[in-house]
Design a protein around this ligand. Sequence first.
Ligand code: ARG
Length: 575
Amino acid sequence: MTDPQIVLTERVQQALARAFGPEHADADPLIRPSQFADFQANVAMSLAKRLRRSPREVAEAITAELSDFPGTIEVSGPGFLNITLGNAWIEAEAQQMLADPRLGVGTITPSQTVVIDYSAPNAAKEMHVGHLRTTIVGDSLARLHEHLGNTVIRQNHLGDWGTPFGMLIEHLLDIGEQAAVEQLEAGQGTEFYQAARAKFDGDEAFKTRARARVSTLQSGDPDTLRLWHVFMDATVRFFNKVYDLLGVTLTDADIAGESMYNPMLQKTCDDLESSGTAVISEGALCVFPPGFTGSDDKPLPLIIRKSDGGYGYATTDMAAIRYRVNDLKTDRILYVVGNEQALHFQMVFAAAKQAGWLPETTSAEHVRIGMMLGKDGRRFKTRSGESVKLMDLLQEAVDRAAKLIEDRGYDEATQREIAHAVGMAAVKYADLSVSHDSEYVFDLDRMVATTGNTGPYMQYATARIRSIFRRAGISPADATASIVLAAPAERALGLHLLGFGELVAQVTADSEPHRLCAFLFQTASLLSTFYEECPVIKEGVDPETRDHRLALCALTLRVLETGLDLLGVPVPERM
Ligand code: ARG
């Protein structure tokens, strides 16, 4: 355990127990980073009242029990403990981290099975920017859990079923399979949908055909199912293009769309009804989970089967939660889905608990994703009011990145590779660096900037270290000299890096990748101060100092690269 804050917490707790009795062994010593020392502990203030002693006296009694502490402790003001760690301790811990392939990141024991429901675009419409964020955040969570040794089951809950498929299939027949496939593969799902919709609204004969097609689809007619597959396969091929471009880890094997639950829906309804969890209300089968009321104070229904007998979004989610608990035997389910579905998930979780389908031992969590806004502060749209095409947007990010590096003299292939990595990093990091539930403004100018808390800035930090190693003529893996933290900038960087393992664990537990971004940004900032104050390969730097500094650079590089990889942000060797 390297995280200084945790080490200190344990030490002070032991001192508390020795000074005031074992009942204080679990007290929170309230250790916080401090302006005046590395950390301060505020526990003396809160304990003083209970012990009926002055805070200063309490602080001094704690200090007396910490005589073997690897650093200095001073009592200041009314009773704060100012804690400064000894360099030797920090150096030894950093050295250990350098030798550790996992960089102090532990594994969760016993490991858990975690279902991560993310991305989930709708096939009846185009994959849009909203799904970009659920895809990127979900993918980072999947990487984090896997890194900690959990078994991750990715589930791409595609919107691939329902009444719109009647008109979509009829439209596909009208324009011909091949033309339809080409259009869908090219990412023109919205145009396809709009054309079908226009006919549905304006052409009675088409409407009749579309409705009949819904029934044949639902009855499992083989010809209709084949057409549905033609439509879906082409659509998924387009989704895969987006996933490839983004470098997300989703594959076809992770598709678990709404259609998958279709065969389970009738039993879902029957079981909810026979257990009394769901009741018929105004012709519909509904669950009324306790505590949910509408504006009129009437109990709010979760509609499981509509009055016309049709199933809906909630029916599928009830079937899915049961499947995930019973068949996938999951310990945790993360639903990485837009904020606006918060009520839906609260009601689904409550209804599943009521039905006994979601035991205490399984936690279902909605990882709320905030809306993406345009620069005007409204929902992100093109000027003509249409939703922005994802591919266009990603391409624009790559184009801007290409501009950024166009004068660096790379050959065309390298240039293209770097531009791609930088463009994707810009978009992905921007998504990840703000807390997932806050709205954020999609602003490519800011995203591709090489200063500030951006993807390109983080890439730049790693490229800078790599370039030092190239100039030094050794590989980072060979920089195994001892870490010496003599200068303040070295010390600050070394101390900061020690927190990595604990941070990754917390970020994973709390589903908060933005805190990993903040940690890496701080790393890069401390690194840049280190560059200014501590030359590594400049003339006049003695070989020993150089080797110590290269070792610190190697550790920093691995923390940055590992962290970025956990975020799914690509790291080019050069920029
Ligand atoms: N397809 C849905 C949408 O775009 C998201 C599905 C999320 N997952 C779920 N189990 N409901 O809104």
